[in-house]
Design a protein around this ligand. Structure first.
Ligand SMILES: [Zn+2]
Length: 216
């Protein structure tokens, strides 16, 4: 007995659909950088810049159950690495805090709010890097589409999917809303974190909007 295909959900990924994908992200050397794994599928609103452009393009037109390898060059991912985003600050700028190599924090820069990473500490001089850790990298995604559904009107209005626990629940974040002080990742030392503790690398930074999404 053939299954009547009209009974199956064959909605394709397109603008105004909410898509859930599982993914593994590798670099050029095949090292795993990130994976949806235990976090569960990443849900996002297609066409709303929730995720990096190259991945969004790669998922376009797929249906639930599809798998695909998506290659994302830096310009469609986290941008090229820029020396201009490296800066030196005096140790005294940290006040009572003790900076350590590898520490990351949000700071207002002349390019807006960015995540800065402490790259080097030499004597009284601290080197900060405002590049995204994946800047300049070609990203290799192995993806599987878990589900595709039409977005609700409120989701379209907010520009992000709503799931159990509201827009900040269940690891959904990365709304792409212009936000000062992203609220997603506590790993990045943001104040007032409201979302998942880990920011999926596939999602854009700058999540849920200042002080939460204001969803009701
Ligand atoms: Zn919302």
């Amino acid at each position: 007995m053939a299954v009547d295909s009209t009974l199956l959900n064959t909605m394709r990924v397109a603008k105004e659909t909410v898509v859930a994908i599982e993914y593994t992200l590798k670099d050029d050397q095949g090292n795993i950088i990130d994976a949806s794994g235990e976090r569960g599928p990443m849900e996002y609103l297609h066409g709303a810049q929730n995720i990096i452009p190259g991945l969004e393009q790669g998922v376009e037109g797929l249906v639930a159950g599809d798998t695909k390898n998506v290659l994302v060059p830096p310009q469609l991912g986290y941008g090229e690495y820029s020396e201009k985003l490296i800066q030196l600050v005096p140790l005294t700028a940290f006040g009572a805090n003790t900076p350590q190599v590898g520490m990351r924090f949000h700071a207002e820069t002349n390019l807006g709010m960015r995540v800065l990473t402490i790259k080097k500490i030499e004597g009284e001089e601290v080197t900060l890097d405002g590049n995204h850790e994946l800047a300049g990298k070609t990203l290799h995604f192995d993806i599987k589409v878990v589900s595709v559904r039409a977005a609700e009107p409120t989701e379209l209005a907010h520009g992000h999917p709503h799931q159990s626990g509201g827009c900040c629940g269940g690891g959904g974040c990365g709304s792409g809303e212009a936000s000062g002080g992203g609220c997603c990742s506590t790993e990045e030392g943001s104040e007032g974190g409201c979302c998942s503790t880990e920011e999926p690398a596939a999602q854009k930074q700058g999540g849920c909007g200042t002080g939460g999404c204001g969803c009701s």
